[in-house]
Design a protein. Sequence first.
Length: 361
Amino acid sequence: MRFTATAEEQLAFTTSPLLEAVHSWHVLAGPGHHALHLPWVRRCRELPAELRRLMREYSFVVADYIPAFFECRADDHDAAFDEQLAAVRSLLPEDLAAELSQTIVDTTRYRGRDLVHDAAVRDTALAELDRAGPRQAERLRSVLTDPAPVLETALAALEDYWSAAFASEWERIEPQLHYALARAGRRIVHEGVFPMLRTLAPQIRIDPGRRLLRLDRPHQHDITVTHARPVTFTASHYVWPHVRVTCDEPWPLRVTYPAAPLTPAPQTASQEEILTVLRALAAAPRLQIVAALAEQSRSTQELATLLGLSESVISRHLKQMAQAGLTTTRREGYYVLYSISHPRLSQITTALADLANAPRG
């Protein structure tokens, strides 16, 4: 995925109640691969028995390939779950069939191939499924002939799942997802697009020099993000540990990535730590020491000369800064050199920003 020099204008960030419900259903379809979500798996054991049976029967719709039609109106921040479902139901049958068929075949072989219109591709896929077991082949024939019955049953199960359990779960996690989007936006403002992209997930590889984002997938695409084809990053709680990419026409370009609170959180500073650091900085000589050490590592003697203070006074200031974790030291021969602890400063800066921008209520 290639970005132009004006990439900030070609990125969007969003959340989606429908996509989040689908990803949580994916978790229920294969809980052994989603250790962080096991509390939700346990809670869903209390769902009505008939609903659990129906969700198991139609779990193939979400078990591996997640159909892109579940992204309908995902860019509309005001779209509710039922409005997104209505948008899915209004899609063309051939688009629904194309996506549903991908949930049945081996996507490493058939991802992006036209099973709806290409008879040779369709016949090859059906022959492979017939050899593996007639049930899957019959399911593919049914979907390609008329996707509506399979889709409607799957959507009905999803609606019941939403009403029985996931609506309240969405209410719980939505503020945190919006908070994650706000943090991504602030990072773009202060550091640029590529430092933000690097934080999205371990599976995403960044090459800032070539303005590239790479994900290792069997499905090979080389995409340039433009005004005509922007990319949307959708923050998700339940997509972990996956990163899902939609890049085939006619669907908009999208990357769904794991966001707070399930991605590993950086260590945050406590309020007491913040106060300790602020006290350590609340003196003109110590701010001058920070400025001097920001240029390069220095000894007590050198700092005393630069600031026009005695070595004993400099030592007292450095001791308070060290107690706050603001400095590190290393020995070079006779001298002890002091340096600024940039991770510590970054931690405190992030903690202050989080404190100012934390969701209320």
